[in-house]
Design a binder for this molecule. Sequence first.
Ligand code: ZN
Length: 403
Amino acid sequence: MRDTDLFQLALGLTSPWRVMRAEFSVDEGRLDLHVDFPAGSRFACAECGGEGCGVHDTKTETWRHLDFFQHRAFLHARTPRVTCPKCGVHKVAVPWARAGSGFTLLFEAYVLALAKAMPIANIAERMGEHDTRLWRIIDYYVWEAVEEQDLSEVRQIAADETSARRGHDYISLFVDMASRKVVYVADGKDSGTVKEFADFLESHGGDREAISDASIDMGAAFEAGIKQNFANAEITFDKFHVIKLANEAVDQVRREEVRNNYEIKGRRYIFLKNVENLTMEEKEALSRLEAQNLDTTQAMQIRMNLQQLFMMGAKTARLFLDRWNAWVQVSDLAPMKRLAKTIMGKAEGILRSIDTGLSNGVLEAINGNVQAAKRKAKGYRTKRNLKTIVYLIAGDVLANSTT
Ligand SMILES: [Zn+2]
């Protein structure tokens, strides 16, 4: 077997394409594969698929291919334009690359696989390519796949925001709870993002009337958006957000109290962690503080009691929540009273999360992954790039286009 036959097999080339010549340049660390077709070959028209079109002219092109061990590999070929009796003169589609790309399909698939795990700048450095060329590959496949999504089966959704950059710049993520994948990413975090998602859903086979449940935070924006756009969706307020709100209230009580009690200073985390996660030293500090019957320890107990809500059956939970509220209302802690008021106002949606078992846990995990990718990449040049990465790592968009 000649080495050209070997490359022929490795590239999966089919007639009339053949590897004519392979040149190793050890000094330059590169491998050049020259692909060609015999004179008189005929090709299919790229427009109508009609077979047997004669060659009109050719243009030599180069594609970067997967490295061959430590050698950078390039494929060179004369790409023909054929004359189709129906469509006129058109360039043929070569089997190893998509039109307009300077890379082979295998190289692109490799870049996409790496992009799920590391920043594009690192891939670019590793491969000796400019990162804008790699972004172009990723952008192409991700957005093509986003557009190709079939959302006809989506019934239960969850939404959450995540920060796009420092400051007050956000994107909103919409998840299909059945697949646990991000299906849509919107700019901003206002109620308009929900409308955008509803429109996107319907332009991709979905039906806004068919959405039965939406798990969201307790902010006014998503709630209003869901009510306006998904008439049949029952709203679930997610337990992660309930606890987050409770933690904020505890922290407010602590900050007020810390002005008068030096022992609480620097002890913020004691009050935010669950007791079983504290170190011995922290536990001791906590019992000293408890002995003082501080507002902060009371607030913490209120929060811990609230947390128990999510371990109960739905019926018990309702009774428990009423009792919890009554208890908070006789306390002296304004931030906790405000918390209880908010929670009682949203009680139905909170209790529903116990019934449906829906939670934004999957979104919390996705948020974590997105923020980690963002940190590793030291941010993204554009918001579109951030969205692209969200779809890439948390969406289901590349299952059918590259494999
Ligand atoms: Zn044609």
